[in-house]
Design a protein around this ligand. Structure first.
Ligand SMILES: Nc1ncnc2c1ncn2[C@@H]1O[C@H](COP(=O)(O)OP(=O)(O)OP(=O)(O)O)[C@@H](O)[C@H]1O
Ligand SMILES: [Mg+2]
Length: 399
């Protein structure tokens, strides 16, 4: 250690070189953060450190790793220090912040616990290609801790850590997306297997039996016709046969219906969805408002089917979960893009907190829409309704 309890320049270099080596071998975000915190605490002569990360989707700050006890961890319940202007300053300004006395800093917008010994702090933003991912913060009691002299070395640490976090984070996200895709595919396979089994059973038990009966009764009628005086019996048998044939036809229609919603062919996508929504949303006692613009002409059957099934799921969710008074279905087909929006004024939910087990609708919607190069946006929060926005590029749409 050099003057004032801070490491000498040579020790700083040694610490940074060691950190750089360790980071290149790290495979977890927590491990990388802990390496950087250890090096940063030694460099700044501080007693605690933390790495904060701003979630790109929710904009919330989460603590990726912490060492030692931060005074604001004890001051705020659950260890969260979110919302403090002091913590957010380096994130917003993309500049490091040195604080001489945390307890008296105007930007600390909650009281520290009485007798908290920690005084000096420094916070350096973690930036990659001009984008701030989060910040690395240190705090210490020593008069010389976290002084402006440590900023240069800390900026190097932040520069080493930020791309590592980004890469590992992207890797972890890709892994969880891949896991979700697999879950979806397995479920689709199971569903289509169930569907095949059901159709096979229906064909065997219903159609197979009926057609066997039909052939037998026609044989009987033919045999009767060969005998004089049996014409009336033959006619009665043939009439029963006709009834059976009508049943067979009805069963075939049911099987076809299960394979592809015939409304799609009969009415087209928008009218089929409107009819489905009227029935489902109406049955749930929710007021439906539909607005349609353009006509989705010439969509490939797969795209049509995916859009029908995904919107059907969104509509079912409104009916089953929303408790809404109103639901808005907006369907618009433009030259280059098709948009479907399902909105309700119901209870809403926290999309980030939906358990994976037993809830497939939203995940399967995402996967299906991605298959046709579309995008889906789910906007919801407890108490403020839900909005599902599906956008799909279309080629050569007529309107
Ligand atoms: N419009 C909505 N309003 C309120 N909550 C909703 C809405 N849509 C979805 N949710 C919530 O999100 C959860 C997940 O929905 P998802 O469609 O993925 O699964 P599910 O409907 O529970 O089951 P299923 O697999 O049969 O679709 C629901 O259980 C519900 O809590
Ligand atoms: Mg559902």
């Amino acid at each position: 250690l050099g003057r004032n309890g801070q490491p000498s320049s040579r020790d700083q270099l040694r610490l940074i070189a060691g950190l750089s080596r360790r980071l290149s071998g790290q495979s977890t975000i927590t491990g990388a953060c802990n390496d950087a915190l250890r090096a940063g605490m030694a460099l700044t002569a501080t007693t605690c450190g933390e790495v904060l990360f701003r979630d790109a989707r929710t904009h919330q700050l989460v603590c990726l790793a912490a060492r030692g006890e931060f005074p604001w961890c004890a001051a705020q319940s659950g260890g969260h220090r979110l919302g403090s202007k002091l913590v957010e300053a380096p994130l917003n300004d993309q500049e490091p912040v040195c604080v001489a006395d945390v307890a008296t800093d105007q930007r600390l917008d909650f009281p520290l616990p009485p007798g908290a010994p920690l005084r000096r702090a420094v916070s350096v933003p973690l930036t990659v290609r001009g984008r701030t991912l989060g910040a690395i913060n240190f705090c210490g009691t020593d008069e010389s801790a976290a002084g402006p002299g440590s900023l240069g070395a800390l900026t190097v640490i932040a520069g080493l850590l930020a791309p590592v976090i980004e890469n590992l984070y992207l890797g972890e996200r890709a892994t969880s997306q891949e896991a979700e895709r697999r879950r979806f595919l397995v479920r689709e396979l199971e569903a289509s297997e169930d569907e095949r089994r059901r159709i096979a059973r229906e064909l065997h038990d219903g159609l197979g039996q009926d057609l066997t009966g039909l052939a037998m009764s026609i044989d009987t009628a033919l045999a009767m016709l060969a005998k004089p005086g049996e014409e009336d019996n033959a006619r009665a048998t043939l009439e029963r046969s006709r009834e059976t044939a009508a049943n067979v036809l009805r069963d075939i229609r049911r099987v076809i219906l299960a394979l592809r919603p015939p409304a799609l062919d009969d009415m087209g996508l928008f009218a089929a969805l409107e009819a489905y929504a009227k029935r489902t949303i109406g049955d749930a006692g929710i007021q439906l408002h539909v607005s349609t613009s353009g006509r989705p002409d010439g969509l490939p059957p797969l795209v049509e089917n995916v859009l029908f099934r995904a919107t059907q799921e969104a509509i079912n969710n409104v009916a089953r979960h929303s408790g809404a008074t109103s639901c808005w279905l907006t369907l618009s087909a433009g030259k280059a893009r098709l948009r479907i929006n399902v909105r309700d004024d119901g209870v809403g939910f926290d999309a980030a907190a939906v358990p994976q087990q037993g809830h497939f609708g939203l995940g399967s919607m995402r996967e299906r829409v991605a298959l046709i190069d579309g995008r889906i946006l789910v906007t919801s929060a407890p108490g403020s309704g839900t909005r599902i926005d599906i956008r799909v590029p279309v080629k050569g749409n007529a309107s």
